[in-house]
Design a protein around this ligand. Structure first.
Ligand code: PLP
Length: 380
């Protein structure tokens, strides 16, 4: 498939992988006991084994669902409902200031059920303040939910250290990692010895929309969001999305088989972005210059270039970037993430997010930089 445009909004969603193997057709329901049903079940189980090989755990630790928003709701609402039903005295939830709305808004919603939400601040590079997070811990803390890689800035959070220190404080506190922008994007997840849950969406890694997976430690007790046929360990009823699982399977294979090459390629794309902007004399600042970052997501502010107009100019020219996360770019609200980092309004309103996938090419990055230069010159 030859694309007539340059797509650099991969943190919002990716273009499905071109090299999908011949699409398998699963006619049968994986819960059916006949041969076709058993074939579908085997494929589903094999896909869970691929996840075990990559991230650890056992197949029963993995639940397929519709994606990260569902996982965030399932975990937070499910744990809260369980706590209420058992009359447990754990009514505090800790999240970070930069969580995706899937976590942020779900946690906030729990306030109406009597839960208290404590919010970890970030520093000027968008890194959570570990000591502040630890200071929130107490005997009422039910769970701590922090993302691995921020979807607006690409900043990698020090989760391994945070989660291990939380578990040192109390093994009962459930640690939850939103791993959407980390899995199969070159970032190591926190160790499972101190991570109870992590989750991701297939469409961020070249699989279909509407498929995702959640890892959950067997010691985590949740009330299901949906009741029905008891699929997925009784936690997520409903016939499994076999087309989605099929696409996720291929995506996992693609990323696993090409891991090293993809890593080098993403480094090339990132390096090219900054070297090209410099060569063209474009004044820019990386909003997270001193943080450990993913090569997939870049939050860049351009001196005196309003992001709304710049993004529109690029879009008219067939180059698609984002002004923030996909969930916030259509709203008139200022980015919660960039505000939390203490950036001023001028910087925020001149920030765009450029996000890559392994399918991008270095020459696309050159074309992007040339167009930014053209836009800048048109305003002189
Ligand atoms: N968490 C992060 C970090 C994300 O980037 C996103 C999507 O942008 C989500 C959660 C929600 O994912 P989905 O829309 O696939 O449910």
């Amino acid at each position: 498939m030859k694309l007539e445009y340059i797509y650099l909004d991969n943190a919002a969603t990716t273009i499905p992988l071109e090299n999908r193997l011949a699409k398998r057709t699963f006619i049968a329901n994986p819960s059916s006991s006949h041969l076709l049903g058993r074939q579908a079940r085997k494929f589903l189980d094999d896909t869970k084994m691929l996840l075990c090989d990559k991230f650890g755990g056992k197949p029963y630790n993995y639940i397929f669902n519709s994606g990260a928003t569902e996982s965030a709701n399932f975990i937070i609402q499910g744990i809260c409902k369980h706590i209420i039903s058992r009359g447990l005295e754990r009514n505090e939830i800790i999240i970070s200031e930069i969580e995706h709305p899937a976590i942020f808004n779900t946690a906030k919603k729990m306030e109406s059920l009597g839960f208290k939400v404590r919010v970890i601040p970030v520093d000027s590079n968008g890194v959570i303040k570990i000591e502040d997070a630890l200071a929130f811990l107490n005997q009422r803390t039910a769970m701590v939910c922090v993302m691995s890689v921020n979807n607006e800035t690409g900043v990698i959070q020090p989760l391994n250290s945070l989660f291990s220190r939380i578990k040192d404080f109390s093994k009962n506190i459930i640690t939850v990692c939103d791993a959407v922008q980390a899995v199969f994007k070159g970032v190591t997840l926190p160790l499972l010895t101190h991570t109870d849950c992590f989750f991701a969406s297939g469409h961020k890694i070249g699989a279909n929309k509407g498929i995702g997976f959640l890892y959950m430690n067997a010691g985590v007790f949740v009330e299901p969001l949906m009741y029905g046929g008891g699929q997925e360990e009784g936690l997520r009823s409903g016939t499994e999305n076999m087309d989605g699982i099929d696409s996720l399977h291929d995506s996992i294979m693609y990323h696993t088989q090409n891991e090293e090459n993809i890593k080098i390629h993403l480094k090339d794309l990132s390096g090219k972005l900054y070297s090209c902007l410099n060569e063209l004399g474009i004044v820019f600042s990386v909003n997270t210059s001193d943080a450990e970052k993913s090569d997939y997501i870049h939050s860049v502010s351009f001196d005196n270039l309003p992001s709304a107009q710049l993004a529109e100019f690029l879009s008219i020219n067939g180059i698609f970037v984002s002004r923030g996360s996909a969930c916030s770019s259509t709203s008139t609200q200022t980015s919660r993430v960039l505000s939390a980092m203490g950036l001023n309004m001028q910087c925020i309103s001149s920030t765009i997010r450029i996000s890559f996938s392994p399918l991008n090419h270095v020459h696309e990055v050159e074309l992007l930089c040339n167009k930014i230069s053209e836009f800048k010159n048109s305003r002189l």
